[in-house]
Write a protein that binds this ligand. Structure first.
Ligand SMILES: *[C@@H]1O[C@H](CO)[C@@H](O)[C@H](O)[C@H]1NC(C)=O
Ligand SMILES: *[C@@H]1O[C@H](CO)[C@@H](O)[C@H](O)[C@H]1NC(C)=O
Ligand SMILES: *[C@@H]1O[C@H](CO)[C@@H](O)[C@H](O)[C@H]1NC(C)=O
Ligand SMILES: *[C@@H]1O[C@H](CO)[C@@H](O)[C@H](O)[C@H]1NC(C)=O
Ligand SMILES: *[C@@H]1O[C@H](CO)[C@@H](O)[C@H](O)[C@H]1NC(C)=O
Length: 569
């Protein structure tokens, strides 16, 4: 199968990274074993010709509930390679100490052979238990042991319970499940979800591995290109080639994953109806209208050709003063632009979520209507990021990767919520987010964004000004929007975060975007962007909407990555 071929090429590349060393010890998971654990057929090498694949070792592979033994294949080309092994379960009450069918110390066999590690659950609790397998092998010299650490996360279920297997869609909510050492309970359906997240993160890991391999592999050939362009290499073959592999691998995985996830997105609903007659937009706002006298305009925070955002104060019914953002237009604005402000300000009305900013008041008294939103003191996220980038060259870096991932998680949660409510945002980008000093971020509507960030919008021959560089291929070509196209935009938003507010595809003509994307090009990996994060972005940019991850998966993966970053620091 072609997909398999691509994956095998990646593994082959991983092997080629390492020059052939003295002697040769091989240790790998056979195709059958990888198929059982990950659903694809390919050997996964931990040690190949004496070279340790640290990417593979770093990965904590999930072991589903219905798999009770692991099989490793190994052989040495010369006698006298010794090993010592130790096995450990993080919670022996739930998972017995793992056992193996070879002795704990000895010599690596000369013929290719398999050893088994049994993972036996006690059947007393539902939980995920960490397993450590340590193998010390005299790889490079007779005296020195090379330490190989394998980590697994084994799902254990209470005895006599139906094990949830791929394909059986039934979900039983009656039995609580405990994850690891923590004491919160979630339902069985959640356990399916966690397994699924594990698998989804596996994909991302493998993609990251592939990217790393290809990048390392191609550094030499690309040296010239790399130095010729300072920041990134939008049109280099490297970007295209790795994306081809990413997409192939992902496609392959998705086929095997399909049964883990409920299909399709909730049916789409436009919110609100953009074609409503004029009177309706104003009357829609009547319940939150306040008097002009209750509004005090403060500083202008952002200014476009006709739109403005002010900091201001609103005196509420209880006479309490409230700090607010005020979106309004100047006298130059046409009636059409006024209506657009009102309509777009209502976009997220009725949504209540910690990370969503919605209109609280409107003031329609005179010719210049205002829409009013809760105040967040760091203001617009894109402006904030650009400011950080500018000051970065002078002072130390203000935002860490962990901070940026934290922002992404909050935005992901907001989008997950919107998706559940059937709301399609259609213009997710850092310019449509606001944040406070605690780096709490909220997704907001796109009212005035076309005017305030005119460089981010383009007309493609028609009169509609669209965020071309953020649009999924189906939105660009067929004007079709869905949660999946929001996922695409979220990928671009991640890219914006990691570049501190750069404009994506800045040197691509908006008219060429569709064919550029169809040819397999995507935004390149930003400098200093970890492979794992770039892999997450790349997944959001799958051509086919069904192949893109869901927001629930994205936030879960980002959270895992955030946690991992915490551990490294
Ligand atoms: C492997 O080597 C490490 C470091 O030398 C040591 O701490 C560990 O106990 C060894 N493990 C086994 C199973 O021999
Ligand atoms: C250990 O088990 C595996 C698979 O169950 C088997 O292929 C292998 O021969 C066994 N090894 C020994 C030393 O018994
Ligand atoms: C491991 O599990 C297999 C069945 O999967 C069983 O036949 C074998 O006896 C077990 N080995 C050990 C060492 O527990
Ligand atoms: C074993 O490892 C130590 C330190 O890691 C190194 O100094 C020594 O040269 C190694 N010995 C051999 C025989 O490779
Ligand atoms: C869930 O499990 C309980 C017992 O554990 C059983 O009585 C019930 O029928 C199950 N429900 C479904 C939907 O499988």
């Amino acid at each position: 199968m072609a997909m398999n071929g691509a994956f095998l090429r990646i593994l082959a590349l991983l092997g080629m990274l390492c020059p052939l060393a003295r002697g040769s010890v091989n240790l790998y998971l056979s195709g059958d074993e990888v198929k059982k654990l990950l659903g694809l057929t390919a050997d996964l090498y931990y040690v190949r010709d004496n070279q340790v694949n640290s990417y593979a070792l770093k990965f904590n592979l999930p072991v589903p509930a219905d798999i009770n033994s692991l099989h490793f294949t190994w052989r040495s080309s010369m006698p006298g390679v010794r090993y010592r092994m130790s096995l450990l379960s993080e919670n022996t009450r739930i998972l017995k100490k793992p056992e193996t069918n070879i002795s704990l110390a000895g010599e690596v066999p000369l013929a290719e052979s398999v050893f088994r590690v049994n993972l036996t659950c006690s059947g007393q609790s539902n939980a995920e238990v960490g397993v450590h397998i340590q193998l010390n092998v005299t790889l490079h010299s007779a005296q020195n042991y090379t330490v190989l650490n394998f980590r697994r996360r084994k799902m254990c279920m209470i005895n006599d319970e139906p094990i949830i297997k791929p394909g059986t869609g039934s979900v039983n909510n009656s039995s609580p499940i405990v994850r690891g050492e923590s004491d919160y309970s979630v339902s069985n359906s959640t356990s399916v979800f966690y397994i699924a997240v594990g698998v989804a993160c596996t994909i991302i890991f493998l993609i990251a591995m592939a990217i790393a391999a290809i990048n390392v592999h191609s550094i030499k050939q690309n040296d010239r290109i790399r130095t010729a362009t300072d920041n990134y290499v939008p049109r280099s073959c490297r970007t295209r080639y790795s994306l081809f592999l990413i997409c192939s691998v992902r496609k392959f995985f998705i086929k095997n994953l399909a049964h883990w996830f409920p299909p399709a997105y909730p049916s789409l609903r436009r919110y609100p109806n953009m074609t409503e007659p004029v009177a309706d937009v104003r009357s829609q706002l009547s319940d939150i209208c306040i008097q002009r006298t209750e509004v005090t305009l403060g500083d202008v925070l952002q200014e476009g050709t006709f739109g403005r955002i002010y900091h201001g104060i609103v005196v509420g019914e209880d006479r309490a003063e409230q700090e607010v953002f005020i979106k309004t237009v100047t006298d130059q604005a046409s009636e059409e632009q006024v209506l657009l402000l009102l309509r777009e300000s209502c976009m997220l009305r009725g949504v209540h979520h910690r990370h969503v900013q919605t209109i609280t008041y409107a003031c329609l008294d005179d010719g210049r209507p205002m829409t009013i939103f809760p105040y967040l003191n760091h203001g617009n996220l894109k402006v904030f990021l650009k400011h950080c980038r500018a000051s970065e060259t002078h002072t130390h870096q203000i935002l860490s990767t962990q901070d940026l991932v934290h922002l992404a998680i909050q935005i992901g949660k907001a989008m997950q919520y919107l998706g559940k409510r059937g709301v399609v945002h259609r213009d997710l980008a850092t310019r449509n987010c606001v944040l406070d000093e605690g780096l709490n971020v909220k997704v907001t509507d796109n009212a005035l964004a076309r005017d305030l960030f005119s460089g981010d919008y383009h007309c493609l021959g028609d009169n509609e000004n669209r965020p071309v560089k953020w649009l999924a291929i189906e939105s660009l070509v067929d004007k079709h929007f869905s949660s999946a196209s929001d996922v695409w935009a979220f990928g671009v938003l991640l890219w914006e975060l990691m570049t501190l507010g750069q404009t994506p595809y800045s040197d691509i003509d908006p008219f060429e975007m569709a064919s550029y994307l169809r040819d397999g090009f995507r935004a390149p990996q930003p400098i200093n962007c970890p492979d794992e994060l770039f892999a997450i972005m790349a997944c959001c940019w799958a051509l086919s909407p069904e192949e893109r991850p869901k927001f629930a998966q994205l936030t879960a993966c980002l959270q895992e990555f955030h946690k991992a970053l915490g551990l490294y620091i």
